[in-house]
Write a protein that binds this ligand. Sequence first.
Ligand SMILES: Cc1cc2nc3c(=O)[nH]c(=O)nc-3n(C[C@H](O)[C@H](O)[C@H](O)COP(=O)(O)OP(=O)(O)OC[C@H]3O[C@@H](n4cnc5c(N)ncnc54)[C@H](O)[C@@H]3O)c2cc1C
Length: 416
Amino acid sequence: MGSADSLTAVRGSTLSPAPPDPYALDPHMTTGSRRAGRAAPLAPAPLLPSPEVLSRLAACAEAADRSGEPDREAVAVLRESRLLALVVPKSHGGAGADAVALNSCVEQVASVNASAAIMLFQHCAVTSRIVENGTPAQHCEVLTKLAGGQWLAASAWSESGAGADKKNLSTLAHRTPDGGWLLDGAKSFTTSAGLADVYLVLAQSQQEPPASASSSRDTGYGAAGQTFFLIPGEHPGLLPDTSLRLTGMRGSATGFVSVRECRVPDTARLGAPGVAASIIARVRNSGATLGAVAVGIAQAALDAAHEHAARRGLYAHQAVRHRLVDLATQVETARAVVERAGRRTSADPGLTTLHSKLAASATAERVVADVAQFLGSAGYVETHPINRFGRDARAVALMGPTNDLCKELVSLPWNR
Ligand SMILES: Cc1cc2nc3c(=O)[nH]c(=O)nc-3n(C[C@H](O)[C@H](O)[C@H](O)COP(=O)(O)OP(=O)(O)OC[C@H]3O[C@@H](n4cnc5c(N)ncnc54)[C@H](O)[C@@H]3O)c2cc1C
């Protein structure tokens, strides 16, 4: 079992390197390698994907959709692109992007490869939670790896049976006599399962809600007594399974992750014990929104409509031109609300973020359906990308917080 302070312990200077500790956050990290890892300065992290990165992500999207296999090539491109450094602070080698830049980048990636976009979005979401809630030691050890592209992060909150609002978790975390934790449970719909190097796992760590957690403090998402843990992908107690066959987002490696007899030191805990619900409640205030994925998909559909109109000489018809303008207006409107969420300048930025997901995901589904009609028979061929866009667009509404739950969160204060 790993010691409680295995992340920060100074392992004695011996001639032979210390064996990897599989229970540490980074099992291969020793004091020496930590120093060595800082030696090579990285190129500045970009805020937007380059045309080359977009074209490489576009090239693998179709094949991953056909096979339904985890898109390893897309992850390799994301790692090399340094986009994984997007929201890491500059002090730790990142780009220090705000939510406007993040949403804009995610939109661009989604316009060529929506599966890669949700992997990037979840990575950045976990990174932001570490920035906000991590200890200085966690910042030092983890953020540099996330920024350098060595580590892809995934978010393992959902479970079959937990509900969209994650109140009913069956994954339990118990204290061990050495001050660490023992986790046991099964997660479902984890994006980047089996590809990620670190997972942010949500577990129920206290059976009874603490006395302070009255129902009036219910944030509508998550429950009292839940705790976050950062668990490395190499941990022998963490078992990914990508056998889930999704309708859309098929390259995203969205699958199951079990934690069985999973012992971690207390240093793997992110945030105080039992406070995950309040961390979750603050997420929407960040302005990062899955609406950006929806806007990217809607833009891709609009581009497909223009390609079709140009190829078939349809611009000569006023009705066609006006139809394309109507579609473009919808895309531009959704983009505006996503940008407003990122700016966080509204009276309640958290509400704007929820509205942005509702608005943009509905727009994407509508625009894709309209473009599919516009394409006529060409769009009815199975291999036309519009069909992938439709299946991908549907997923955004189902991703957390689901659109139904967004409506519940917006309306919760009216019912108190
Ligand atoms: C492509 C994809 C990728 C995903 N990636 C991740 C990931 O990386 N990490 C992760 O943790 N999860 C992920 N999820 C899961 C997602 O976050 C959902 O929260 C989870 O799937 C909810 O499950 P459900 O809709 O089956 O819940 P259920 O509770 O079974 O919901 C059934 C229906 O009831 C509605 N509903 C349930 N509870 C409420 C409520 N309290 N108020 C209003 N409506 C409610 C839901 O919106 C849904 O329409 C992903 C899902 C998809 C489709």
